[in-house]
Design a protein around this ligand. Structure first.
Ligand SMILES: Cc1cc2nc3c(=O)[nH]c(=O)nc-3n(C[C@H](O)[C@H](O)[C@H](O)COP(=O)(O)OP(=O)(O)OC[C@H]3O[C@@H](n4cnc5c(N)ncnc54)[C@H](O)[C@@H]3O)c2cc1C
Length: 345
């Protein structure tokens, strides 16, 4: 059987699973996407959507980030409805280093780019090539187009385990019964360790909460994605103002949202009338050692895992590279330090 006739189950329709499913079905693979809820119903649904190439050269995903932007541009050419905002980002948080590609702005340059910033910092870092995307819409678009290429999307179906015959994985056990496949791609974020357990019980994927706030805004307030010490904001496509916030264990979501709104109003002109539309906590899947976990976990090479942080930034590249590994049987050097085998006992 040629590879393209093979059946691949992708477990998880977040941004990672959807991108992998899109690329595989585009190449003619028979793809079934299974999600226990709806697409983008976990971390992806709460993502701030910053696509950033700014990374410390020693960061685990430094090489991946370098190609992330160009892969999103490629994908946007294929799917113009992705409508990525390529407005750049301005960062002036105190704790982080100056990163490769960032240009230093003085106060007057910041003021010029962001005239509504009431106390512009004396110095900030501008990353002109950065973008932002509505990760939920992008996920829907990718699954929709995967389905147009022939993929099947099964929602509200929980995958509990891998099925095996004579020591070889044959598919998955789901709440709708067993489903057979030649390959299983686990892109189900924080639930990867549970499903992979029978093959590799040592995959450490943590669940890291963070908060997304959506305010309605009657006018444009910022021109770029603005990441400061007091708030991180950008506009959504419909003009809403989005803010990403840290999760604070001893505060309620309402308290965090209220405090964030106050800081935004104090820091940005023309925000007096913003009002909170929606708030959510997303649980980000984060590999314990900070490195993405990407690759096969079984001897027979039929179960593939893909999880990383920040995955919205990397999703377009991950979809393409994982698809190339599965369709062409090649091993990308860029994934060498990401292989799940590093956790083998
Ligand atoms: C507030 C916030 C801001 C963020 N900002 C950014 C940002 O600016 N840039 C960036 O790159 N990243 C950002 N992230 C991180 C980003 O959202 C995640 O890295 C990314 O969404 C992970 O995608 P995923 O597809 O791996 O996982 P998920 O989105 O968690 O998707 C996993 C999917 O698998 C399904 N699933 C799980 N278990 C099962 C099962 N047993 N059976 C069937 N289906 C299952 C779930 O329903 C879900 O749909 C942010 C996250 C949050 C919460």
């Amino acid at each position: 059987m040629s590879n393209s006739k093979k059946h691949v189950i992708v477990v998880g329709a977040g941004i990672v699973g959807s991108s992998i499913a899109y690329h595989l079905s585009q190449k003619g693979f028979q793809v079934t996407i299974i999600d226990k809820n709806q697409p983008a119903s976990a971390a992806t649904g709460s993502a701030f959507g910053w696509i950033t190439a700014a990374v410390h050269p020693d960061a685990p995903d430094a090489l991946l980030r370098q190609i992330a932007i160009q892969d999103w541009h490629r994908l946007e050419q294929e799917l113009p409805a992705l409508a990525i905002h390529w407005d750049g980002s301005i960062k002036y948080t105190t704790e982080s280093d100056h990163l490769v590609g960032e240009v230093t702005l003085d106060q007057s340059a910041v003021r010029q780019l962001e005239p509504n910033l009431l106390c512009p910092p004396t110095s900030a870092r501008f990353m002109a090539i950065d973008g932002s995307i509505d990760a939920k819409e992008a996920t829907y678009l990718l699954t929709q187009h995967a389905c147009q290429y022939g993929a099947v999307l099964i929602t509200e179906t929980h995958v509990s385990a891998l099925t095996q015959e004579n020591g070889k994985v044959t598919g998955v056990e789901s709440s709708n019964g067993p489903i057979k496949a030649d390959y299983v791609v686990l892109a189900c974020g924080t639930e990867i360790p549970t499903i992979a357990d029978s093959i590799n019980p040592f995959l450490p994927v943590l669940s890291s909460p963070a908060i997304l706030l959506r305010f309605n805004s009657t006018e444009p307030v910022v021109n770029t994605l603005l990441s400061g010490d007091n708030f991180e904001v950008r506009h959504a496509r419909n003009g809403d103002l989005l803010a990403a916030e840290d999760y604070v264990a001893n505060k309620s979501l309402a308290e965090i949202a209220y405090e964030a709104e106050e800081l935004i109003k104090k820091g940005l002109d023309h925000t007096q009338s913003i009002s909170l539309q929606h708030s959510s906590i997303g649980y980000r899947p984060v590999p314990e050692d900070g490195y993405p976990i990407i690759g096969f976990i079984d001897q027979a090479q039929s179960v593939y895992v893909a999880v990383m942080h920040p995955a919205v930034t990397c999703a377009a590249s991950i979809g393409r590279l994982v698809c190339e590994e599965l369709t062409m049987g090649i091993e990308h050097d860029i994934f060498t330090t990401f292989r799940p085998s590093r956790f083998n006992a």
